[in-house]
Design a protein around this ligand. Sequence first.
Ligand code: GLC
Length: 543
Amino acid sequence: MAVRLATVRTATRPQVAARTSSSPWWRSAVVYQVYLRSFADGNGDGIGDLAGLRSRLPYLAWLGVDAVWINPHYPSGGADGGYDIVDYRAVDPEYGDVADLEALVAEARALGLRIVLDVVPNHTSDRHPWFQAALADPDSPEAARYHFAPPSEEPPNNWQSLFGGPAWSRTPDGRWYLHLFAPEQPDLNWRDPAVAADFERTLRFWLDRGVSGFRVDVAYGLFKDAGLRNNPGAYSPTLFGHGPEQAMTWNQPEVHDVWRQWRSICDEYPGTMLVGEVCLADPREVALYSRPDEMHQSFSFRLLKSPWSVESFADGVRSALDAFGAVGAPVSWVLGNHDKDRQVTRFGGGAVGTARARAAALLMLALPGSAYVYAGDELGLPQAVVPDEAKRDPIFFRSGGARPGRDGCRVPMPWNPSPGVGFSTRPAEPWLPVPDGWDRYAVSRQSRDGGSMLILYRRALALREAHPALGSGEATVSTRGDVLTVRCTAADGSAVRCVVNMGSETSLVRSRGTVLLASNTSVRRSSATVALPPHTAIWLAEG
Ligand code: GLC
């Protein structure tokens, strides 16, 4: 560990600066997502916190990312990993306080890193003072800020919670209230102007403390059909996102005015940005959330949800480039996050899953746009097996155990091979169990191993920073059999091809270019061809 820290501390990075002077930083940024509870525990209570994250900022600078998005840090009811917020302008004491957050922003900035927060405008916690006041008095102004319906036998409509079961629950006095997620997450009524006004205060509160923007939770929600009419079809968690079958619940036209207003607030704070979580099936609908006067970005989740197949990946890349290109926004690529199984497992597990995750990383990091890297994906963590009795995710409980839930991608980050994998500053029971053998993925081990996933990421990020055709410019997609090629061209005409062999046979790739990086160390080249093993990607600089 000492060796790694020494290396990290001496690494120098430029101060916060755009890739090119004319292009805003977020257009091609690599943003590292920190699940705060699981990243690093600075006070030894088994729960990750701001002090822990501050102590690991040098690691993130060494890795070479541009910004850090932290999952919700607010006081919360604890029903959904912090996405049930009780106070939007405070820090949960488990994580520290506002002064810690300010220190985080300052220390990050000194290392060339920006801090992006998570904001959750679709719903609050049921413990939020507004909801408590609404429960106490149906005629209170606070009651108008949620969706209540009078007592009756049946819920007001057929809407379903994304976590399982109906989207309506009863209050102790028999009223119904709407929650598109857990019952502890009542949905806000955005048709009440007090709601918008309060969120504007929240945005300014954090922007005044120097944060560089927000990841906006459930940005395709907020407004519901004004008549709360039945949805035409059922929700399916297996789809790419919501479509016409859920037309009454999501993607109401009014929501775009919220993003226009939030954009105008961000415009008062130069260099800040909004990135929206928009889970809609049609990429063109997703891209509309990042029109020039709305959010700066909306996540493209196609690769996050694609199986390992050339058709699915090619379609995911092409459709996103087309949709976002049409509105002049960069694509925000995502391969992993706190809601989805880890890539290594998703792509088949074991050696094959790892090889595919390495190849997918090179593909994502070549593509023009911003890229979001979920903490631990750079270590090749597989989905952890969390025993049922240790699980926390409401999806597991609300589905009666039918859906495994998301805890397996939220276990503590392994920093070194000690028994607690270096997660806590002193021996402590971690909030989710550390899987057996987790030490093999530890940062301190991988940082000394030239063939590790961590070093692959670090090399890729350094090349992306240096080469104008990586992460920005234009891209074209082509396929030949199981081989996917994305040709990325910079404004200066230089080009890099990312070639991914998604099949199970070695493929010969014709090229006179230079191999900048390969996801597999056994890539061989002769003068005019490269032999690309299965589940492998390369970056070839043309010329
Ligand atoms: C988003 C978050 C997820 C959370 C949900 C409800 O989808 O990514 O973790 O459970 O919103 O806030």
